[in-house]
Design a protein around this ligand. Structure first.
Ligand SMILES: NC(=O)c1ccc[n+]([C@@H]2O[C@H](COP(=O)([O-])OP(=O)(O)OC[C@H]3O[C@@H](n4cnc5c(N)ncnc54)[C@H](OP(=O)(O)O)[C@@H]3O)[C@@H](O)[C@H]2O)c1
Length: 331
């Protein structure tokens, strides 16, 4: 009989592709749907659904009962205030783990999807941050993801927990890196500081979901944390150049944004977000992430312990993603 995996955050960007991947791999997939979840996306998935919320323990117990693995992907990446990050990235981790202890203590694996933001930026781009480095997040988002890790760590020994930390993720359905492609299509590219120094890790969503499942299935991964990332850190120039070729844009003008200006714009965006109740594109939190030079993490531990490498070449990944956006009429 097929093993059941519970996926939280299933209707989000990564979740949608993770559910597809797990179904393709022969798992029976169950998703947890909150009252706010996108019903249309959920019903298109044609998988088992449990309706509940993170402040309703009985619904969580129903969701985790009998499953072999839980991949906890749900989280908040944009919020107008600190509370939103903690409510979305910390409390659900504890509630889910408590529900598992109560009704499914023999669970095979709990995979927590954290973030490079929990570890913070690197001092240098080669090899970037490693799992052995002391975490030093620079944003409220990062600190809330780190606290989620700490909560899950407090259950280790009682439950088999594995933590995965993706860097920036791109691919079909993503709306964040998409904004960059949209700018390139308009012939401009915004860059922080002098525009040449920054490097960042980036992973295609198909590589990422494969890596998450590898981590969840590997006996060696119990109690471990892994970055699932590209083989190297990329420059914005390189990404812009591949994107502009794919989009048929000849000239891309680089507009340099001094770091103090980014911080000031973040401050203003934060006020606007609080006034409108909607997280703005740029707020103090996003600004303090944007001014960092090296959002790079090392792929080595995942390669060594899990045999995981991100296989989709940057050129192909970007070309396919742009083709997808075009097909959907986004670009
Ligand atoms: N995208 C990236 O570049 C990236 C990079 C590193 C780490 N991550 C992590 O990967 C996970 C998924 O990210 P994503 O890009 O797929 O984001 P997403 O599209 O925003 O999906 C996140 C999902 O979490 C659930 N959710 C939203 N608000 C919530 C709340 N207040 N409480 C509990 N659940 C909530 C929703 O799913 P349901 O309605 O189905 O519950 C939502 O679709 C997150 O934990 C994020 O921190 C993402």
């Amino acid at each position: 009989m097929a093993l059941t995996v519970l996926v939280t955050g299933a209707t989000g960007f990564i979740g949608t592709l993770l559910v597809d991947y797990l179904v393709g791999r022969g798992y029976n997939v169950r998703v947890l749907l909150r009252p706010e979840s996108d019903r249309q996306k959920a019903s298109a998935m044609q998988v088992e659904a449990v309706h509940g919320s993170y402040d309703d323990p009985s619904s969580l117990r129903e969701a985790v009962a009998g499953v072999r693995m839980v991949i906890h992907l749900a989280g908040v990446t944009k919020s107008v205030d600190e509370r939103g990050y903690y409510d979305g990235n910390v409390l659900p981790v504890r509630s889910l783990l408590e529900a598992i202890l109560a009704v499914n203590p023999e669970l095979g694996r709990f995979v927590l999807v954290s973030s490079l933001a929990a570890a913070g930026p690197a001092d240098n781009p080669d090899p970037g941050v490693t799992e052995a480095d002391e975490p030093a997040p620079v944003s409220v988002y990062g600190r809330s993801k780190l606290e989620g890790e700490t909560v899950s760590g407090s259950f280790m020994g009682r439950l088999p927990v594995t933590i995965v930390r993706p860097p920036a993720v791109y691919g079909p359905g993503d709306r964040d890196v998409f904004r960059f492609f949209k700018m390139v299509k308009g012939g401009v590219m915004l860059a922080a500081g002098d525009g040449r120094k920054q490097r960042f890790s980036l992973i295609h969503v198909s590589d990422l979901v494969r890596g998450m499942v590898m981590a969840g299935e590997s006996p060696a991964a119990v109690g471990e944390t892994y970055f699932l990332t590209s083989p190297e850190g990329y420059s914005w120039d390189r990404v812009a150049s591949i994107a502009s070729d794919a989009l048929g844009v000849r000239n891309v003008r680089r507009i340099l944004l001094p770091k103090p200006l980014i911080r000031a714009a973040g401050f203003a965006g934060g006020i606007a977000g609080r006034l409108t109740g909607r997280p703005s594109l740029l707020n103090p939190d996003k600004a303090s992430e944007m001014v960092q030079d090296y959002w790079v993490c090392s792929p080595r531990k995942a390669a060594r312990n899990l045999g995981f490498t991100a296989d989709i070449a940057l050129e192909k990944g970007i070309q396919d993603t742009i083709a997808w956006y075009r097909k959907q009429g986004w670009l």
